[in-house]
Design a protein around this ligand. Sequence first.
Ligand SMILES: Nc1ncnc2c1ncn2[C@@H]1O[C@H](COP(=O)(O)OP(=O)(O)O)[C@@H](O)[C@H]1O
Ligand SMILES: [Mg+2]
Length: 138
Amino acid sequence: MADKSLPLVIARGKSEIGILPKMANRDGLIAGATGTGKTVTLRVMAEHFSGIGVPVFMADVKGDLSGLPYPGGEHPKVAERAKKLGLSTFSPQGYPVAFWDVFGEQGHPVRTTVSETGPLLLSRILNLNSELRPLLCV
Ligand SMILES: Nc1ncnc2c1ncn2[C@@H]1O[C@H](COP(=O)(O)OP(=O)(O)O)[C@@H](O)[C@H]1O
Ligand SMILES: [Mg+2]
């Protein structure tokens, strides 16, 4: 397992940009136009956290991150990019993932109890439109 005191490098240009694991519970925002690398940045962060034993919860509505359990392929573009960034030890790797699914069809069913939900969230669920309500109520 990687050293938890070292920065988790998430970008590399002229210099490296990383997150110190002990500061990672602060607020953060990844912003940018479509195609600028927001999803990949998020995935790299999740992989790094997984690598140091920190569980990550991600709400991934579009399934952009669902390939996390599988190591990436040997695409020439990836090899070229790794070489350009000087990642001499780079090798594709998969990470342990548990899928949750509100429908309970393609993953672990999402369940809770009325008492754990609490009055505030329960009242918000009951105010949702009628299509979503049956999915979210227990
Ligand atoms: N650091 C990077 N180096 C090389 N290619 C990248 C990098 N980050 C993203 N990409 C590529 O750019 C494209 C868009 O990235 P993505 O993370 O999906 O963008 P966004 O979520 O901001 O729309 C993808 O094809 C991805 O492979
Ligand atoms: Mg994206």
